[in-house]
Write a protein that binds this ligand. Structure first.
Ligand SMILES: O=C(O)C(=O)C[C@]1(C(=O)O)C=C[C@@H](O)C=C1
Length: 128
């Protein structure tokens, strides 16, 4: 028998109108909220696809670095990326500190992936 967790909505049957506010706010306010949320849903979906593409690219970098025994992190590259993103964020009226934190969060995950790829690569080389 399959178990269902009722606290976590099923992603296959996404309810765009799900809200703890239902029944607590005027219908017109709810309608406006749902309309804005439909843009948020599109943006979130785009972010997922963009991140998936970025991780596909960084995975290739991970394999290249492992094959040539290069370090997972490249602090010089990161400094340049952070400075650039902070400038872009300012132009876009996004908090530069948030942009930096977000990039660092993603890069931290990429470095973990690189390290895992390098370990696998090393283990495979030892088997030969
Ligand atoms: O460009 C690289 O060398 C990467 O490994 C990718 C990346 C990134 O996610 O942008 C991740 C780790 C490095 O410290 C720098 C950049």
């Amino acid at each position: 028998m399959t178990q269902q967790n009722h606290d976590v909505p099923d992603t296959d049957t996404y309810d765009a109108a799900a809200s703890s506010l239902a029944g607590h706010v005027d219908n017109s306010v709810m309608a406006e909220l749902l309309s804005i949320r439909s843009s948020i849903d599109n943006i979130d979906a785009t972010l997922v696809y963009l991140l998936a593409e970025r991780f596909k690219a960084t995975q290739k970098v991970g394999f290249l670095k492992a094959a040539h025994r290069l370090p997972a992190g490249d602090p010089g590259r990161e400094s340049a990326q952070i400075a650039r993103l902070r400038r872009l964020a300012e132009d876009a009226h996004l908090d530069p500190a948030f942009a930096e934190k977000f990039l660092n969060f993603i890069i931290g995950e990429v470095i973990r992936h690189h390290e895992a790829i390098a370990e696998d690569h090393q283990a495979a080389a030892e088997w030969k």
